[in-house]
Design a protein around this ligand. Sequence first.
Ligand code: GCO
Ligand code: MN
Ligand code: MN
Length: 392
Amino acid sequence: MDAFDPVREDRFSFGLWTVGNIGRDPFGGPVRPALDPVQLVEGLAECGAAGVNLHDNDLVPFDASASERDAIVGRFKDALTRCHMSVPMATCNLFTHPLFKDGAFTANDPAVRAFAVRKCMDALDLANDLGATIFVFWGGREGTEADACRSPITAIRHMREAIDFLCGYVKERRYPIVFALEAKPNEPRGDTYLPTTGHMLHFISTLQHHEMVGVNPEVAHETMAGLSMVHGVGQAMETGKLFHIDLNAQKIGRYDQDLRFGSEDLRGAFLLVRLLEGTAGNAPYTGPLHFDAHAYRTEDQQGVWDFARGCMRTYKVLKARAQAFDADSEVQQILQHNHTGVAHQGIAAGWSTERAAALRAQRIDPDALGARGLRHERLDQLMIEHLLGVRG
Ligand code: GCO
Ligand code: MN
Ligand code: MN
């Protein structure tokens, strides 16, 4: 046991589908046996996680009867109590069954859309039963290959109708649940609607109950789109919309790898943890720290627990590195130097005729500003040295 071993107070959570991943890929079958959800809860608790998340069908089979469902859920709840584990987030599988092959909420057939919304209502009942307060929507198959099959305008409208309807359901039931929308640019579809966190943020602003809907950005998905996860998360935090997060790692230009957190793009991971923890001075993210990743296909079950511990330990190491970086006096000096010019304070106070006049009257020397070196090379090298553990 050392300072980086995870404890419940760290708020780490994993999906049943992550540590339960059996290592199937498009080219090969399973390499690990499927574990019982109860065993997964026990294993996660032993590793130091605080929470476990699930799709409805990770726990309750698609065609289970009501009494089967009750028995499964009862047994699962017992395990949660025994292991002191919570279910911070739940979600609905709208992608496995063949019925969803051309989407769920955006499918052309109204019967498919109706089935999808009804399935979500049941999944919301389950989520509430398990005490989850966040419900994620990942539109796995909401997209196209043959794009002429529907208008993208209609697709977005159908998506909005479904989310608005389900917000109504949660409100009527008085469930203490908010929604978090997860974007992904492609895979399994050729192109997915609402492909990035930025698209989601705008879509949310068009919803009837936008106050109860936020985002669930994923490192792998923003990276697949060639974007900066840190910038997307920053934008979500700035508008109070970071309701949940999917931490993992990804190489750019690849399929959705869902790798162990921090195993690729360490500097991106460092900057993300720095932002989430607020070590640079911003208000920290206080929600669950969820890992949506899985172990390499080379691993047996012991390797899966190594993987889970690795995600959590790397997060904690990076948190300590970020704290040291932001406490470094040379770092602070460079940052202060960059942020203190002759400031015109009026802009932040909002428009007024007087402030506009003051702005016009202000002496600003563009050449002097343009000639100034910003010391970003030094700043970045300091970050690298903190990251490599040779400073602080
Ligand atoms: C993926 C997605 C999923 C979702 C999960 C919860 O690429 O497979 O990230 O893992 O996060 O379905 O909605
Ligand atoms: Mn993913
Ligand atoms: Mn995800």
